[in-house]
Design a protein around this ligand. Sequence first.
Ligand code: PMP
Length: 353
Amino acid sequence: MSRYLAADLQKLAAYVPGEQPQDKRYIKLNTNENPYYPSERAVNAVTETEVKNLRLYSDPDSKKLIAAIAENFGLSEKNVVVGNGSDEILAFSFRAFGQNGACFPDVTYGFYKVFADMFGVEKEILPLTAEFKINASDYFHKDKLVVIANPNAQTGIVLPLSQIEKIVENNRNGVVLVDEAYVDFGGESAAELTKKHENLVVVQTFSKSRSLAGARVGFAVASEALIDDLNRVRNSFNPYNVNRLSALVACEAMKDKSYFQDSVKKVVAVREFVKQELEKRGFFVLGSCANFLMAKSDKIGGEELYLALKESGVLVRHFKDERIKDFVRVSIGTKEDMEFFLQKTDEILRRRS
Ligand code: PMP
């Protein structure tokens, strides 16, 4: 750290993404990527001509991509903003709507804390219940930015839409942001509710259910006024925030609905298979509506299992946070990936008994 760094940033604990090791080939089950390729339509959109067109800036209004998203949700284009990953949209939201502070659960996406610190937003962290659930009324009358991942990150547990709506109705002086990064794997989107609630922002991503994590495209849907606010931040930061190729592939991926539905269906089927298999082996597994499972063994600690799996060529995620340190988070890969993971888990458990 240099002595030139801003004082508040010297204290900032930056977000630590899951490992992307380049040293050897792992079965990667640690960053909730999709094991299937993006839609063929999306892949074919990247022609030589489009690559040559990289000499030109991207469309600062991302018109075609926004039109495809709006059409998908039955909304107007004025109700959509796109970002360089949904992380960027989250960052814009903390900057735009965090002036009275922000509240979110103790176990959730780790970036919320970092965005709050980065933008000087005061944070209020509310504990999940003992069953890792959100108690909606804890979030009533906060009158600040309320951030709920639904399904929740790290747990995969869903909060019913009726509860989301109650939170929105009971926070009229603050924006409620619902982060739906994982919603397509079993949650119910609140996108429709943005038509009747002016204080609701729903954020989604192409990274998970549309297999485009590396393209970095996310979006928000909300009332026209909230989208204007987010565009004010976006245009004050980087008006070309979605690059030409990513906009192109995301647009085609959004239009290829049948491919999307098929790949989501496959991930969900494998998730349920793995959950049962882990339970047969004595694991406690949270009921997940996402593309990952949180699982805890009574025979081996979370960190120990993570390290032993890594040694065997399987990467899962372990968090040191007190409440979830006994768990590992396992992203859902192909059936073959998951069978390999289960086989390695068996070998590790056998060695210990
Ligand atoms: N929200 C949640 C809950 C996430 O888990 C992630 C990905 N780790 C994101 C947002 C960000 O996804 P992206 O920036 O790839 O759209």
